[in-house]
Design a protein around this ligand. Structure first.
Ligand SMILES: [Zn+2]
Length: 221
C-alpha cells in the first residue's frame, strides 16, 4: 500500500477529531501532502471509528486523479487541493464542523485576531468565505480566491471552517486556536447583548453560562 504511514496518521487524527467534536459525525475531512505530486485524503461519507488506512485515498494533487485506495475521496477534495496547491509551505489541510467556529460563520463576517499567540497561529484575521454548497467547484473557487499567505484559518459561511499548517500537528493547533477565538467572540457578543438589556433574556443567560463552561479540547494526538 502506498504511503501507508501517512494514511495511518490520517486514520488516527480523523478519529481524534471525531471524538472531540471537531468533525460532527462524518462532517469533516482532511488532506495531507505526501510528496511533490500526491496527497492523501479521507474517503467520502465515512464512519471515522471504523475507517482503516486502506480506505484513505491517494490522489494526484494536479488533477485529483485517484492513484490508490478503493473508496471514493471526500467531496471536499477540491477545497483541500486549492489550499495545498496555493500554499506550498503547507502540508496539511483540515476541514471541520467545529461548534463555536461554525456558529460564528452565521454572523457573516471575518474574525479579527488581536492576541499575539493566536495571531501567530491563525494570522491577523480569519476571513469569511461566502456561501456555496458543500463539495462544489463553486465553493472551492471561492476559497481559492480568499486564500492568503499569512492566514491559516478560514470560515465557510453557514458551514464550517478550513485550517492549514506546515505540518498536520500545526494545522491541529490552528483549529484549536480558532475554536478558542470563536468561543471568546461568541461569549463577548452575547455578554454585550445581555448588558444592553433592561430585563436580561433568561435564554441568553443560560446560553452564556453554557459557553462559559464549554471546554475547548486539544487534538494533538
Ligand atoms: Zn463540511
Amino acid at each position: 500500500m502506498r504511503f501507508q504511514s501517512a494514511r495511518q496518521r490520517v486514520v488516527e487524527v480523523s478519529r481524534a477529531l471525531a471524538d472531540r467534536g471537531y468533525f460532527a459525525a462524518t462532517g469533516g475531512n482532511l488532506a495531507l501532502r505526501v510528496d511533490d505530486e500526491h496527497i492523501v485524503v479521507t474517503p467520502s461519507a465515512t464512519d471515522y471509528q471504523v475507517m482503516e488506512a486502506a480506505d484513505v485515498c491517494v490522489l494526484r494533487l494536479a488533477d485529483l486523479a485517484r492513484v490508490d485506495g478503493e473508496r471514493k475521496p471526500s467531496v471536499e477534495s477540491g477545497m483541500h487541493a486549492q489550499v495545498l496547491r496555493a500554499r506550498g509551505d503547507c502540508h496539511a489541510s483540515v476541514h471541520t464542523h467545529q461548534p463555536a467556529a461554525s456558529a460564528c460563520t452565521l454572523l457573516g463576517r471575518a474574525l479579527q485576531v488581536d492576541d499575539p499567540a493566536q495571531r501567530e497561529l491563525l494570522g491577523p484575521e480569519v476571513p469569511l468565505v461566502g456561501y456555496a454548497p458543500s463539495g462544489t467547484r463553486w465553493l472551492s473557487g471561492k476559497l481559492a480566491r480568499a486564500l492568503r499567505p499569512d492566514v491559516h484559518a478560514y470560515l465557510l459561511r453557514t458551514h464550517g471552517a478550513i485550517c492549514c499548517g506546515t505540518t498536520l500537528e500545526n494545522a491541529l493547533r490552528v483549529l484549536v486556536a480558532l475554536e478558542s477565538l470563536a468561543l471568546e467572540q461568541l461569549r463577548a457578543r452575547i455578554g454585550a447583548r445581555l448588558a444592553g438589556q433592561r430585563a436580561p433574556d433568561p435564554a441568553l443567560q443560560r446560553l452564556l453560562a453554557t459557553l462559559e463552561t464549554h471546554p475547548v479540547q486539544d487534538v494533538i494526538a
